[in-house]
Design a protein around this ligand. Structure first.
Ligand SMILES: Cc1cc2nc3c(=O)[nH]c(=O)nc-3n(C[C@H](O)[C@H](O)[C@H](O)COP(=O)(O)O)c2cc1C
Length: 231
């Protein structure tokens, strides 16, 4: 065989091998819901959101905690940096992921404050309902929380696709069966955080793309139910 023919043969074999490798390689896995990104300005620092998702552990029985005790020792009741805010009634409610919130005492009442942009579908529910709930979830619901924070109830049901189940308290407030902690709240104050002169520089930039300002809702915590994963 001439040297040129031998080279051509070698090239052909290499090409066949390359094609076989490309065809047999597994398709890339679909991108996971993933951690919060720059597109989620209210997301907490990535450490917790980046935690690998564990299979949720079964939860123990519900335990009622006094709202005053709950705000004095928030870690003990299972508050998380990323939670779900829900408002409305059965058949007409909405929920979204929140990363901005705070618990404390105001006017001698145990309170939680949440911050909802006027661009959110949930905002309308917060405006028309005096009550809302804040739910925390055990490990294993990170992607459900991301789903609820990246889809709008305006576009259709997102609770089912997120793998969550809506339930309602005795008072008729929405919460989620998978939650580990439910704070039931009654709004006692609200104000729109739209005084740009007072906003820190980095907060001012959040609204450059047209996002409406956040409204701060302060809710008196009227009931707290919590439970811990079974071991
Ligand atoms: C981790 C995370 C935290 C978020 N925190 C807030 C928040 O505190 N306030 C807010 O207005 N939006 C927040 N968002 C954005 C809303 O959850 C998101 O826009 C959601 O799709 C709104 O849903 P809705 O239109 O059904 O109300 C957050 C999103 C993520 C992913």
């Amino acid at each position: 065989m001439k040297a040129a023919n031998f080279l051509n043969l070698l090239l052909a074999v290499a090409l066949v091998l390359l094609c076989a490798k490309l065809c047999l390689s597994p398709a890339p896995a679909p991108a996971p819901a993933g951690p919060a990104s720059a597109a989620d300005p209210e997301a907490p620092a990535p450490s917790s959101a980046l935690a690998a998702e564990a299979a949720p552990a079964p939860l123990g029985p519900w335990r009622d905690v006094s709202p005053k005790d709950a705000v004095m020792d928030p870690a003990a009741i299972g508050l998380r940096d990323t939670m779900l805010l829900a408002s409305g009634r059965k058949g007409d409610f909405n929920a979204m992921t929140i990363g901005w919130w705070g618990t404390g005492v105001l006017w001698k009442k145990p309170v939680v404050s949440v911050y909802v942009s006027g661009s959110r579908h949930t905002w309308g529910f917060m405006e028309t309902n005096e009550t809302f709930t804040v739910c925390a979830f055990p490990d294993g619901y990170e992607s459900a929380l991301m789903y609820m924070g990246r889809h709008s109830g305006r576009d259709g049901d997102k609770v089912g696709p997120a793998g969550l189940t809506a339930a309602f308290t005795d008072a008729g407030n929405p919460f989620f069966s998978e939650a580990q902690l439910v704070l039931e709240c009654r709004r006692i104050y609200k104000t729109v955080l739209d005084d740009h002169a007072q906003l820190p520089e980095e907060a001012r930039r959040l609204y450059d793309n047209g996002m409406l300002p956040h409204t701060m809702y302060v809710g008196e915590i009227t009931a707290v139910r919590t439970r811990v994963p079974k071991h």
